[in-house]
Design a protein around this ligand. Structure first.
Ligand SMILES: Nc1ncnc2c1ncn2[C@@H]1O[C@H](COP(=O)(O)OP(=O)(O)OP(=O)(O)O)[C@@H](O)[C@H]1O
Length: 266
């Protein structure tokens, strides 16, 4: 070996966008305490789609609220961004809820640009971006319509476009397809994967649906209730693009069984 050869330093692995370590949240009401989340530890890298799955009351929404900066944790640590003020919750988070929550007196475009207006971003650019986003979510012709003219699935697509209008780094989705019928929900799952890949954003997707969690996720966190804790966290190494027939494969079934096992349902 040449003694003068330079040894190139190994590039440092990129830091995760989000690091939760032993996160705990206790709600206190009327002198009573209830542990909503205990001991959640996970990393979310930029560009991941993390599914958070678990039964009602296991603390999924609480984890989202902590990520959104709406609640602080009572224990453990929450690190988002590089710690130098480059991540600002109001600006860098987009949210999608179970209901689309569109303002009925505004057109779809006017609904989509609302977060940009609230943040004081230039409106002309926001309108242009809204046009592109509506195209991306399959609503290219619906910008001038009002919410009542759209189906539930279309309204939820508009809500996804609205969550992306201010170009957030992180998109938090709380059971966004829970109110849709089964067939529309399957279609929205396919759309969701396409939107995730096109937008190149980091998504955290809360669901009760075990199959939905496995189908969508690049990673999956399983929370259990009573006591609320994180039971499992793993990456889902199923190939992309994912089509619905992947659900009939053994590999998909193995991930689903893993979640069932953690929830005591095997
Ligand atoms: N603001 C609050 N004050 C007191 N307790 C709360 C509050 N919010 C949630 N909880 C309790 O904390 C626990 C976790 O609630 P959370 O909403 O995070 O669960 P979840 O998994 O999202 O439930 P679901 O799937 O039904 O929406 C539940 O027992 C709930 O009753």
């Amino acid at each position: 070996m040449n003694a003068t050869a330079q040894i190139e330093p190994k590039p440092a692995a990129a830091a995760p966008l989000i690091r939760l370590q032993n996160v705990r949240k206790v709600y206190r009401t009327g002198g009573a305490e209830s542990v909503a989340v205990s001991d959640v530890t996970l990393d979310i890298n930029e560009g991941d789609l993390l599914s958070v799955v678990g039964p009602s009351g296991c603390g999924k929404t609480t984890v989202l609220k902590i990520l959104a900066g709406l609640h602080s944790a009572d224990g453990g640590s929450v690190n988002i961004g590089d710690g130098h003020g480059s991540f600002v919750e109001g600006r860098d988070v987009g949210m999608v809820f179970q209901q689309p929550l569109l303002l009925k007196w505004r057109t779809i475009t006017e609904n989509v640009i609302l977060p940009a207006q609230i943040l004081g971003l230039p409106l002309r650019a926001a309108r242009e971006r809204a046009r592109d986003l509506l195209q991306m979510v399959g609503l290219g012709k619906a910008g001038d319509k009002y919410p009542f003219e759209l189906s539930g699935g279309m309204q939820q697509r508009a809500a996804i476009a609205r969550a992306l209008i201010h170009d957030p780094k992180l998109v938090l989705m709380d059971e966004p397809f829970g109110a849709l019928d089964a067939i529309t929900r399957e279609k929205m799952n396919l759309e969701m994967l396409r939107i995730w890949q096109e937008s190149r954003k980091t998504f955290v997707f809360v669901t009760h649906g075990i199959q939905e969690a496995v189908f969508l996720g690049s990673h999956c966190a399983v929370l259990t209730a009573g006591p609320a804790r994180m039971a499992d966290y793993f990456s889902i190494d199923l190939p992309h693009p994912r089509h619905l027939d992947i659900k009939t494969t053994n590999a998909f079934g193995d991930y689903v069984k893993r979640v069932y096992r953690q929830l005591g349902m095997d």
